[in-house]
Design a protein around this ligand. Structure first.
Ligand SMILES: [Ca+2]
Ligand SMILES: [Ca+2]
Ligand SMILES: [Ca+2]
Ligand SMILES: [Ca+2]
Length: 259
């Protein structure tokens, strides 16, 4: 018989207990124990280290919030330094110099097709595309594709290759061809002194004139990297085959080097 009043008391007290726990939960969000944020950042498209010398990184959430986290070297704990809303789920983040002032900026895309260039210091907009400018942005990279020493943002957006000025909202190029690639990189992959735009679906375009230079017989991989894997001075495109095997493509030889 004594049990019922006990349950009643617990039920009555429950809201008070929840209220008491709320501040603790909020505080816990500010202090996240991750000893090695680099591992976390490495595997998230919506996370990037801010630079190599300080223990800080930025990440975006499905709820549309950007967080700049910094690691206290004494305690090893991560603390939220700054945060802001981007009002849609964050898709991809890149820390790169895009505005031409020599200082790193934050480039952010959302699942709603928004493109933001944000100041790292205050997390305020430097510029952003108007709502609905793009329906979707699959991925992007940052590179000087026209050789004027100023960076551009190279996007796979609305199934086209689009090049935006890094300095302001200004579209410099949109392909007439449709591309369904999920990843774009810019590098001199055939070692002729001029950069190429490489799509993971296998297309290699001249970066400056955007003509198709070569199409690989299949995909470079769902995820690809470009680096000189064998140290011969030429870059290779490194990815995975649909079967999951590592595949190394030498674009200068237009051949698979290793798979
Ligand atoms: Ca900048
Ligand atoms: Ca440029
Ligand atoms: Ca080249
Ligand atoms: Ca090589």
């Amino acid at each position: 018989m004594a049990r019922l009043p006990t349950i009643a008391v617990i039920l009555l007290l429950l809201p008070a207990v929840v209220i008491l726990l709320l501040p603790a939960a909020a505080a816990a969000q500010k202090w996240v124990n991750i000893s090695y944020p680099w591992a976390f950042v490495e595997h998230h498209r919506a996370a990037e280290m801010i630079d190599d010398t300080t223990d800080s990184f930025v990440f975006g959430t499905e709820r549309g919030i950007l967080y700049v986290m910094e690691r206290d070297r004494a305690t090893g704990r991560l603390q939220t330094k700054r945060q802001r809303e981007v009002w849609a789920p964050v898709k991809e983040i890149r820390v790169a110099e895009v505005t031409g002032d020599g200082r790193n900026d934050l480039v952010v895309t959302t699942r709603r097709g928004d493109l933001f260039v944000i100041g790292l210091g205050n997390l305020e907009d430097i510029w952003r595309t108007a709502e609905g400018y793009f329906q979707s942005i699959e991925s992007f990279t940052v590179a000087d594709v026209d050789g004027d020493t100023k960076p551009e943002i190279v996007l796979l957006a609305d199934d086209h290759l689009v090049i935006m000025s890094g300095e302001q909202v200004s579209e410099e190029f949109r392909s007439t061809e449709e591309y369904t690639a999920g990843q774009v990189l810019v590098a001199d992959v055939d070692n002729d002194g001029a950069d190429e735009i490489v799509l993971n679906t296998g297309q290699v375009l001249d970066a400056r004139f955007r003509q198709l230079e070569w199409t690989f017989e299949r995909s470079f991989g769902d995820h690809m990297d470009i680096f000189d894997i064998d140290g011969d001075g030429n870059l290779e495109v490194v990815g995975t085959t649909p079967a999951g095997d590592v595949q190394i493509v030498a674009v200068d030889q237009q051949a698979v080097k290793w798979e």
